[in-house]
Design a protein around this ligand. Structure first.
Ligand SMILES: *Cc1c(COP(=O)(O)O)cnc(C)c1O
Length: 237
């Protein structure tokens, strides 16, 4: 029987290849939140090794159920409540939504007990929407206070030995134009470039941006990790 996911997956991979310039390595994270284990196994059989989850209980359950597949990388992409951070410290291989200092410090402490180093992305609120999490950076080019606050936060996180900052993550506005979405991704890339030159030893050039509706625009603006759910698995229930 044909693997039910192979067609949608192949089409997503083709679209990624078309959007990518030849030097840009893009990691596709299959966002498997709300999807049953069976679908993850189908994606795994089709070659996917990176999966994204956004609920701690669901992450823990899936990691346990699939512990025999030792080459899976689990990406936690959701915002994390303080009291749930241990699940991410224990089970996540990457964390994409580090959005405040307190979580960083708590995770670092929990990771110390197992000597684990967790690769993280700093979630950046680049659109300024009040509903969005992330370090504020909607006015970073014009507002020196906001810029300095961001740099201070990053510098503090860089001193935590058990977190390794890979780069920045953001989400575009929902239901907006392609132009505005693309501008959001441009802004994040430019912020990343600015931080590389501004903060000594901030070697974190990765960009986690792009979802089912906008991953091609994100790749055109330099995304190195895209988080794609529904375009692979179909609509979530
Ligand atoms: C759900 C989710 C995605 C994937 O969204 P799709 O529209 O299914 O591609 C990506 N990033 C985050 C942070 C998410 O919560």
């Amino acid at each position: 029987m044909q693997n039910p996911i192979s067609q949608t997956l192949e089409s997503v991979c083709q679209r990624i290849n078309l959007a990518t310039n030849k030097t840009q390595a893009v990691t596709l994270i299959a966002v498997s939140k709300t999807q049953p284990i069976e679908k993850i196994l189908q994606a795994y059989a089709a070659g996917i090794r990176d999966f994204g989850e956004n609920r701690t209980v669901e992450l823990a359950n899936k990691v346990k159920a699939l512990a025999h597949l030792t080459d899976i990388s689990w990406h936690f992409i959701g915002n994390l409540q303080t009291r749930q951070s241990l699940v991410v410290a224990e089970h996540a291989d990457y964390f994409h939504a580090l959005d405040r200092l307190k979580i960083a410090q708590r995770l670092d402490k929990q990771l110390q007990t197992t000597n684990k180093i967790l690769p993280v992305f700093l979630q950046i609120n680049i659109t300024g929407e009040p509903s969005k999490s992330g370090f504020a950076a909607n006015r970073w080019q014009h507002d020196s206070k906001q810029r300095e606050q961001l740099i201070a936060n990053i510098t503090t996180i860089m001193q935590l030995d058990n977190l390794k900052i890979l780069g920045l993550m953001t989400m575009a506005e929902f239901n907006t134009s392609a132009d505005i979405t693309r501008q959001t991704f441009t802004d994040l890339r430019q912020l990343s470039e600015f931080l590389q030159t501004e903060i000594p030893e901030f070697n974190a050039p990765e960009l986690s941006m792009g979802m089912s509706g906008d991953f091609e625009l994100a790749i055109a603006e330099g995304a190195t990790y895209v988080r794609v759910g529904q375009a692979i698995f179909g609509e979530r229930q």
